[in-house]
Design a protein. Structure first.
Length: 382
């Protein structure tokens, strides 16, 4: 369907104009309020327009709007130190960009540039972005096919199949790239055995292990970063979406050892700009102060309990971790999304039959309970 207007919106668009947001709420141009159950596609973990982030942006914009990475920037240093302080001590080096796909592109380039090898092993149902490198790691055929040939050297193995992963990783592998919880691919949680096998295969062959936490990072799954739950530490970590509270950002975190081995150059004009760094610093401070990972854990457990009681005639499975939840329906999800929207709830899908709930982590308890009741009514008749 071609949208009426100047926007190249090939993926479809809802006919609602959103003009304002606060916490877990969004308002359309007519003044109608919606509860945002998709955190504006995973970006709004801290809510829409968190005031502290907005303030930090305004302050920084008045002081210095743009500075490239060719100069040192105190706000960039402060942001990176804050981010690294939240991560295991093996990490010590961050490349900043402007989006999730760039963070993944950077991880692929760092891995190839540090190992001198071409191979990347990713997973069935994985989603890592839509530029040609990250798209080569993305699984879904309909996203890939119109743009082939993609980048050579990429292989995919069944998610959570430790033996298949082990067999696919060889001395030619630069990178093993996995989401700890697959978001776009239908909300599938990795088993600890699978992640352990990925770590072991990378260690055995000298490949690097990357966790793509673009969607799972910043408290979403009940930990600040999903991998913390299992204590399996990767060599590379990709972050974006809510890292700067809504301002475009991407981050590829790695170890000083990997950086020292990297051959080649990589650069981004806008990556690490002061505006995004000021927003990122404010966002991280807010996430820590408000204990958002603990909130996600608590509200997520409550939701799983509630949703697991849904009648199995309409719901095939409920999956997820923290406040990244997937309800796999026995039918297509589009009518349920439309009905939720009619009732004032904006949810999103994860594939044709999975209703995905990833509300802002600041959603009030009572609002979340009402949302779950409404979801239960819509998908299962209460
Ligand atoms: C795990 C993961 N990686 C990468 C991306 C791509 O991020 P962006 O849309 O910012 O390029 C996404 C987006 O949904 C994602 O969920």
């Amino acid at each position: 369907m071609t949208p009426p207007g100047p926007e190249f919106a090939s993926g479809g668009q809802r006919p609602i104009e959103i003009v304002r947001g606060e916490g877990a709420y969004l308002w359309d141009a007519t003044g109608r309020r919606y509860v945002d159950l998709g955190a504006t596609h995973g970006v709004g973990n801290l809510g829409a327009s968190p005031p502290e982030v907005a303030e930090a942006i305004a302050r920084q914009a008045r002081a210095l709007l743009y500075l490239g990475s060719g100069y040192r920037s105190p706000v960039r240093t402060a942001f990176l130190e804050r981010l690294l302080a939240l991560l295991p001590p093996s990490f010590g080096s961050v490349f900043l960009s402007n989006s999730g796909t760039e963070a993944v592109e950077t991880a692929i380039k760092i891995a190839r540039g540090a190992t001198g090898r071409p191979g990347v092993v990713a997973a069935f149902r994985g989603f890592h972005g839509r530029t040609l490198g990250s798209l080569s790691a993305t699984w879904r055929r309909e996203l890939r096919e119109p743009f082939e040939p993609l980048v050579p050297g990429f292989a995919h193995v069944p998610f959570n199949d430790a033996a298949a992963l082990d067999a696919a990783v060889t001395e030619q592998t630069a990178l093993v790239l996995l989401e700890p919880v697959q978001g776009e691919g239908g909300v599938h949680v990795a088993t600890p055995e699978f992640l352990r096998a990925a770590r072991a295969a990378a260690d055995r062959t000298g490949a690097l292990l990357a966790f793509d936490e673009v969607q799972t990072g910043i408290g979403r799954t009940g930990r600040m970063f999903a991998f913390e739950r299992w204590g399996i530490v990767p060599d590379l970590l990709t972050l974006a979406k809510s890292l700067a509270g809504g301002v475009p950002i991407g981050a590829t975190v790695t170890t000083p050892e990997v950086e020292a081995r990297f051959r080649g150059t990589h650069h981004s004009t806008f990556g690490g700009n002061p505006l995004a760094c000021a927003a990122g610093l404010a966002a991280l401070e807010l996430a820590v102060r408000e204990r958002l990972p603990e909130r996600a854990e608590r509200l997520g457990l409550r939701a799983q309990e509630r949703l697991r009681s849904l009648p199995t005639r309409s719901v095939r499975e409920v999956r997820g971790l923290g406040l990244l939840l997937g309800i796999e329906l026995r039918e297509r999800v589009a009518p349920a999304l439309a009905e939720l929207e009619r009732r004032g709830y904006l949810a999103i899908s994860a594939g044709p039959s999975v209703l995905r709930l990833l509300p802002p982590l600041v959603i009030p308890d009572a609002e979340w309970d009402r949302a779950l009741d409404t979801v239960a009514e819509v998908v299962g008749g209460g």
